[in-house]
Write a protein that binds this ligand. Structure first.
Ligand SMILES: Cc1ncc(COP(=O)(O)O)c(C=O)c1O
Length: 495
């Protein structure tokens, strides 16, 4: 018989591995050195800047057919992608709702990719770590060890998975087998009118339709009006609909309002409804010693969506859903095709993690979360959350002290809504002025904030979910807003 080592040697077989390992090693060291400098010096760069035409043109280049040296590719990337980021790692990025990333997490992503495991499941270390991180999330929120959970791309996926389990548990028919058309009475889900837009996508994709999600009015503090919720449930029952699920929000995206989770837990238990908490913004306040009481009751939820890529600053993407009833969770997603049967021994001798969500192949998201948690410990993350909340309080104070600024309401957690008011301006003119201030701040690279509309009023919105922010960054923000706002108002008057 021909010796094994000779088999196929004549064919020109290729691989993606480097031909020159030493060269790749030297370049990789350079990339790591640059990456460290990139984060160390982030404060010295603009938060954001517009891409010039020649940079944009790079992304119009067509499919490469032939090879290029990796060193050259990296230099192109350094001048394009790395030079024109979104900016959320910058200390003065406070737009929408992001995390600021962390270098250890980036190393975790790198090592996860090098190790290359598929977290669809199996009997290997990465899968064990994935489960460990889910268990740590349960511990952070006070969820029982018997609950299940899965790491997903982010909060939107976490919510859709939780709402799918809620739908299946409350439908009264086997939705997986029969479909939503077999549900006897249309299901109703309830949330406040401040609920995140991903819930609309969730009820739509779950076949329930947007109308199934009842948005209820909010109280003075923009928290769901519990009396209105109680009335809506009674009216829906009387109208032949089937109330199924209450979604409480722990930290709304507009203002950071936290629904009364204890009251919602009581109400859901009394009405026999599923109680889901969208904790993408605020669930992790549970680990912050000075503020944890704000999310009391979250541990009573049937399911919670949380986002390690927000207040744990895991590099995107990292979301997590926890479900109290592990069997209901698995029953909503588990399928065992013939090629994925569990074995008594070997690599397939462990639970399949894909049985708890929509993905079959899953990335090793756990490592970046695990490394940062091991490095800093959860107590430091708790302190950083308290720090951001205190910074939002500080910013509210600066705004209140400045007569040309109007504060929507004192910050509840880390989101502050306010606007520049030159005096007596209203409506579209006021919105246009504040929008222009926001765009100038972005274009000048000073700070990134976004805007929103609350109760019909337009506001600038600062969400401080950033472990690099310092109070002097907030001082600078207020100085610059007042400077730009005053200049623009003078120009308007002159014009
Ligand atoms: C309250 C809330 N829910 C859900 C989401 C969606 O999370 P993700 O962007 O991670 O999908 C967000 C995003 O900011 C949010 O603020």
């Amino acid at each position: 018989m021909e010796p094994l080592r000779n088999a196929g040697i004549a064919a020109a077989e290729e691989t993606l591995d480097p031909q020159d390992w030493a060269g790749v090693q030297a370049l990789s060291h350079e990339i790591v050195d640059d990456a460290i400098g990139y984060l160390r010096d982030v404060r010295d760069r603009p938060v954001w800047r517009e891409m010039p035409a020649d940079v944009k043109a790079v992304f119009d280049a067509s499919l490469p057919r032939s090879p290029a040296p990796l060193g050259q590719i990296y230099r192109e990337l350094a001048a394009t992608v790395m030079a024109y980021p979104m900016g959320n790692v910058h200390p003065r990025f406070w737009g929408w709702y992001m995390g600021a990333g962390n270098f250890t997490g980036a190393l975790g992503d790198f090592l996860a990719a090098v190790q290359g495991s598929n977290l669809g499941g199996g009997n290997h270390a990465a899968a064990a770590m994935d489960q460990q991180v889910v268990n740590w999330c349960k511990q952070m929120l006070g969820f029982p060890a018997s609950a299940s959970g899965t790491l997903v791309s982010g909060g939107s996926m976490a919510n859709v998975i939780a709402l799918a389990v809620a739908r299946n548990s409350k439908a009264g028919v086997d939705v997986r087998e029969e479909g939503v058309a077999a549900i006897a009475k249309p299901l109703r889900f309830y949330a406040s009118d401040q609920v995140h837009s991903c819930h609309r996508k969730a009820v739509e994709v779950l076949g329930l339709g947007n109308r199934a999600l009842q948005r209820l009015p909010t109280d003075r503090d923009l928290r769901i009006d519990i009396a209105a919720l109680r009335r809506a449930i009674a009216e829906d029952r009387a109208a032949g609909l089937q109330p199924a699920c209450v979604i409480g929000t722990a930290g709304t995206v507009n203002t950071g309002a936290i629904d009364d989770l204890q009251a919602l837990a009581d109400l859901a238990a009394g009405e026999g409804l599923w109680f889901h908490v969208d904790g993408c913004i605020g669930a992790l306040i549970a680990v912050a010693p000075e503020n944890s009481r704000k999310v009391a009751g979250i541990e009573r939820a049937d399911s919670v969506a949380l986002d390690p890529h927000k207040w744990l600053h895991a590099p995107f993407e990292a979301g997590c859903v926890l479900v109290r009833d592990a069997a209901a969770h698995r029953d909503s997603f588990a399928v065992t095709p013939e090629y994925l049967e569990r074995m008594p021994r070997g690599l397939a001798a462990a639970p399949w993690l894909h049985e708890y969500g929509l993905q079959t192949s899953r990335g090793f998201r756990a490592l970046k979360i695990w490394m940062a948690l091991r490095e800093h410990g959860i107590e430091k993350f708790g302190r950083l959350i308290d720090q951001n909340i205190a910074q939002a309080g500080y910013l509210s104070g600066l705004i209140e002290a400045e007569p040309r600024l109007e504060l929507l309401a004192p910050a509840n957690i880390n989101i502050v809504c306010f606007r520049f008011q030159p005096g007596g301006m209203a409506g579209d003119a006021l919105k246009a002025l504040n929008t222009e201030i926001m765009l100038r701040l972005q274009e000048e690279g000073t700070a990134m904030l976004s805007d929103t509309t609350v109760r019909g009023g337009h506001y600038l919105r600062v969400a401080i979910n950033n472990h690099r922010t310092r109070r002097d960054d907030l001082d600078l923000l207020i100085r610059e807003i007042v400077r730009i706002g005053s200049e623009l108002s003078r120009q308007t008057l002159a014009g």
